[in-house]
Design a protein around this ligand. Structure first.
Ligand SMILES: N[C@@H](CCC(=O)N[C@@H](CS)C(=O)NCC(=O)O)C(=O)O
Length: 254
């Protein structure tokens, strides 16, 4: 008889009808969906993250506040002590080792994927972050919003109102466009050897870097500046919108 696994994914809630927006959690949700691992999301209010995660035995991810972050997972395997992990890098390594098929690193591409992800973080995530963080207030309410407003400066070192000020917006959009152009050029280069469908996978199936970029685009679309996704979705021949369309089978929220 097959061994029963019960996975709980800890995520932070929002006011959106399907509440998932956090980019780091999306990286893990993509993997769970892709590997067809049944899981249940435990939605947390921002101010409860530390208490709930410490009570289930998830390790802290930082030495200063906030010390506990999502994603975290609890994997209960019948007959064994549950595994409780935090930090997306630790979780992805565990999921890939414990549930190797299908792999998120097709054709042993782990090192190449990590190099692509570093480029995605530098060219896209780092340019989106100060656009998205102040706009996330639109999808939070009550205690979550209060906690968020009170804690972002300590977390990121910049006050919310100084992150995406009107006078810098044009330059920040231009920088994001340049970053997307750079990644688009990288993908064109890779695609000379790859198939047509995925940006960072030479197989018929997606790879971890496709999921990481997908996680950033979902986050930008859901929590970013109003109209922001409509502005960028068609850039670079519409390839960003196509990626989210192709990732549709892995976008469910359980
Ligand atoms: N290095 C961590 C970072 C995770 C992280 O920053 N998570 C945010 C949500 S995207 C969080 O839980 N923040 C808690 C807080 O701000 O109190 C990872 O990759 O999992």
């Amino acid at each position: 008889m097959a061994i029963k696994h019960t996975i709980t994914l800890y995520d932070v809630r929002s006011t959106l009808s399907s509440p998932a927006w956090s980019p780091n959690v999306w990286k893990i949700r993509f993997i769970l969906n892709y590997k067809r691992l049944p899981y249940v999301t435990h939605w947390l209010s921002y101010p409860d993250i530390a208490e709930v995660l410490s009570s289930v035995g998830a390790p802290p991810t930082r030495t200063t506040k906030p010390m506990y972050t999502v994603p975290a997972i609890r994997d209960e395997v019948e007959g064994s002590t549950p595994v409780v992990l935090s930090d997306s890098a630790t979780i992805l390594a565990y999921l890939e080792k414990t549930y190797p098929t299908p792999s998120i690193f097709p054709n042993n591409s782990r090192d190449a994927q990590m190099t692509h992800i570093a480029a995605i973080e530098e060219c896209i995530y780092a340019r989106m972050v100060f656009m998205v963080v102040p706009n996330t207030v639109r999808i939070l309410e009550g205690r979550d919003l209060e906690y968020y407003l009170a804690s972002r400066k300590e977390f990121l070192g910049v006050a919310l109102e100084d992150m995406f000020p009107v006078e810098k917006r044009q330059a920040m959009w231009a920088e994001l466009r340049e970053g997307l152009d750079e990644i688009s050029a990288l993908v064109d280069n890779l695609k000379q050897g790859f198939g047509k469908r995925w940006m960072f996978s030479c197989a018929a199936t997606p790879s971890y870097a496709d999921f990481v970029l997908g996680a950033m685009l979902v986050w930008f679309r859901r929590a970013g500046p109003e109209g922001g996704w409509d502005r960028i979705r068609g850039w670079n021949g519409g390839r960003w919108e196509r990626l989210l369309h192709d990732l549709q089978p892995y976008l469910q929220v359980s």
